[in-house]
Design a binder for this molecule. Sequence first.
Ligand SMILES: Nc1ncnc2c1ncn2[C@@H]1O[C@H](COP(=O)(O)OP(=O)(O)O)[C@@H](O)[C@H]1O
Ligand SMILES: [Mg+2]
Length: 240
Amino acid sequence: MENFAGRLIGREGETAELGRLAASATAGVGQAAFVVGEAGVGKTAVLELAATTAERLGMRALYGAAQELERQRPFALIASCLEMDATPADASRARAAEILRGNDRYGLPEVLGGTGEADFATVEAMLGLVEELCAQEPLALFVDDLQWVDPASLLVVQRLIRSVQQQPLLVVGAYRPEPRGEADRLSQSPVRGNCAVLGLAPLKPPAVSALLADLCGGEPGPRLRNMAEGAAGNPLYVRE
Ligand SMILES: Nc1ncnc2c1ncn2[C@@H]1O[C@H](COP(=O)(O)OP(=O)(O)O)[C@@H](O)[C@H]1O
Ligand SMILES: [Mg+2]
């Protein structure tokens, strides 16, 4: 994952909160959070900064983003986040990857999404892998674009969050609130008591000015400021 290169403006509260959660996880009491906001508002940027913070605290930080075209591929997101897609270098990942492949071979995927225990073996393998990684060093998992998550990965994330406090584990998910879907239900569900929900609002005018100044390397002129007003505090639009 590429760490956020620029300066993150106006997200001090969210960044501090994620830093606190990471510190707690490092100390052995795992934590979970969701970062929620519209496209372009800065979810990925906040995750990237949080990953840097987690690494600074001595955690292993892993990042995966759900892909719109992989919503039907069971475990697509979690397998990519846990770096099982390529040829896994270590024994723990290789074992989990083998179980995942077996699942593909026997055509179990169709039954997923309905009943939770449909693919018991693979879910357990993923949870076991996370546990092993946590035993090696504190682990921070960043799962981005959950609005596109495949149901099997969502189940794993849900299970991780349910027992998160028992491991040196930080789970941070991000998603858009619209359209309301699977991921949204996740933060409304029983795991909710176990996780913080951080809503990203549009940037306030002073933050937009600071972003503009960063982008054009000085005080922006009136024309640029006018154009930026049309972006309604969305950093992606401001940049464009
Ligand atoms: N608070 C911020 N300060 C500076 N740049 C930001 C900020 N938030 C987002 N950006 C930049 O705006 C663009 C869109 O942000 P991104 O994190 O990709 O949004 P999202 O993941 O919510 O769609 C990126 O280029 C990102 O680096
Ligand atoms: Mg994003």
